[in-house]
Design a protein around this ligand. Structure first.
Ligand code: AMP
Length: 464
């Protein structure tokens, strides 16, 4: 995303203390005006304070830590030394790490800043070589980095900036001991930033152990904006979902569309069926190689792949602007995941919609989702011919009007049932997201690792 403007234009970042080439970087990266998390964090960060932030993907948190770190590295003017990065950014997944690296490279274009990714699932030789050449900023997933530190390929004792991004997910994925180990290996006078979508006790404890008198910053949970995404419910039996999905995709035209499946096996099956039905689709999940995942993601980003099928974990943290439709092929095991899924669309004020396919067997999961979003998802089509399982009342206080549940505007006469391909009308929407997820993939081999659960629901291990 490139903003057509002159480098001199004032987009509000100068007032936060961002200057020179980096200011140009904000313009080149399309940062229009500082987001709340950036306004809150950047001045404190530049003043040398540790920052503890509650923020989700989509909030602008990457620039909130990247801009001050880049500013400080340039001001430090220190020479790069082999194996000794100035800054370390830890992320829970490979996809998020790649995304952070891309954002930093865009912001620091022309500034001679070097970055390096250390990620599981890809060859380490290139990583080790790059580290030997000397890098300013290392972006890593914890498992592989612990290995490289142990083997002496990375030395962190000169690392003065440490970022823990999406700390609650690192906790969930069982990385917390690795994170502590890595943090302990950095310079004692480092500046530490921790971003997390939630602040459970364990994260608070971790933060207190690693940070000195941090400034706390927070942006409103994105779940509050879900109401602005147009949501639709299609009742369909599992065996009907294939055709229903094809109808929806034909009706929706060009995409980009992201389809969520609950399991890796399910995601593969949906992708195969789509291809058989004449749709070009790609898939990402934890059993795919890092290269295959990145290829699929790049294709989706550059528009050569219009339909991406994903499991929740693989899609977590991915920020692809302009997704027009999210399809929930299956209801998620954890209701909060629904909010995160549909938050893939409607970003940056663009319109967004979601369609959820629900088999009668999934009705308890539907109820759980509706409880979380505190409204019923409007019905746009029913292919089951058996409405009974869907008729259970919602919890007191959250039962919608009958007309809303049946997808008809109040006061309008009842028409014939909607076609299977009928999806909700486009509407303006903002980013949305939630933080819970059913299972976690091991970054080293794409398999589930130790799993901590805060919610209910089953099948998590398969859902990576
Ligand atoms: P993040 O939460 O860091 O993953 O950022 C989400 C998206 O918001 C990215 O596509 C950024 O390019 C975009 N973004 C971040 N800050 C700004 C800003 N100040 N103005 C416009 N877009 C932004």
């Amino acid at each position: 995303m490139t903003l057509q403007t002159t480098p001199e234009a004032d987009n509000g970042f100068e007032a936060l203390g961002i200057t020179g080439a980096l200011l140009k970087g904000t313009l080149a990266a399309g940062l229009t005006t500082p987001k709340p998390i950036q306004t809150q964090a950047i001045p404190h960060y530049l003043a040398g304070r540790d920052v503890l932030g509650i923020a989700q993907t989509g909030s602008g948190k990457t620039a909130a830590f990247a801009l001050p770190i880049l500013t400080r590295i340039v001001a430090l003017g220190a020479k790069r030394r082999p194996k000794c990065p100035h800054a370390l950014i830890l992320a829970p997944t490979r996809e998020l790490a790649v995304q952070i690296d891309e954002a930093i490279r865009l912001l620091s274009k022309g500034m001679h800043i070097t970055t390096c990714q250390v990620l599981g699932g890809v060859s380490r030789n290139m990583q080790v070589k790059r580290l030997r050449d000397g890098v300013d900023i290392l972006i890593a997933t914890p498992g592989r980095l612990v290995d490289l530190v142990r083997e002496g390929d990375v030395k962190l004792d000169q690392t003065r900036w440490l970022v823990l991004d999406e700390a609650d997910r690192m906790l969930d994925m069982g990385f917390i001991n690795d994170v502590k180990k890595l943090a302990r290996a950095t310079h004692p006078d480092r500046q530490t930033t921790l971003f997390s979508a939630t602040m459970p006790d364990e994260i608070e404890k971790l933060a207190m152990g690693l940070m000195k008198d941090p400034i706390r910053v927070s942006v409103a949970p994105q779940s509050t904006t879900v109401a602005e995404i147009t949501q639709g419910l299609v009742k369909a039996r599992t065996k009907q979902k294939r055709n229903v999905l094809a109808d929806i995709l034909r009706a929706e035209g060009d995409g980009p569309v992201i389809i969520f499946a609950r399991t890796k096996h399910g995601a593969d099956k949906v992708t195969r069926q789509l291809e058989q039905d004449g749709f070009a689709a790609d898939v990402i999940h934890g059993n795919k190689s890092q290269n295959a995942r990145q290829r699929a993601l790049n294709g989706f980003r550059d528009g050569s792949v219009k339909i991406l099928v994903a499991t929740d974990i693989a899609a977590r943290g991915i920020d692809v602007p302009g997704i027009s439709l999210v399809v929930n092929y299956d209801l998620p095991d954890e209701p909060e995941t629904y909010v995160h899924r549909i938050g893939r669309t409607g970003r940056n004020g663009l319109g967004g919609k979601s369609v959820t396919l629900c088999d009668p067997e999934e009705v308890s999961k539907l109820r759980a989702v509706e409880k979380v979003i505190r409204k019923a998802i409007p019905l746009v089509a029913d292919h089951t011919g058996q409405p009974d399982p869907f008729q259970k009342p919602l919890p007191a206080g959250s039962r919608p009007e009958r007309s809303e549940r049946q997808g008809r505007p109040q006061g309008k006469p009842q028409g014939r049932p909607a076609r299977s391909g009928q999806a909700p009308q486009r509407a303006g929407g903002k980013p949305a997201g939630a933080h819970h997820e059913a299972g976690r993939a091991d970054e080293r081999n794409g398999q589930p690792r130790r799993r901590r659960r805060r919610g209910n629901g089953g099948g998590a291990a398969k859902a990576a």
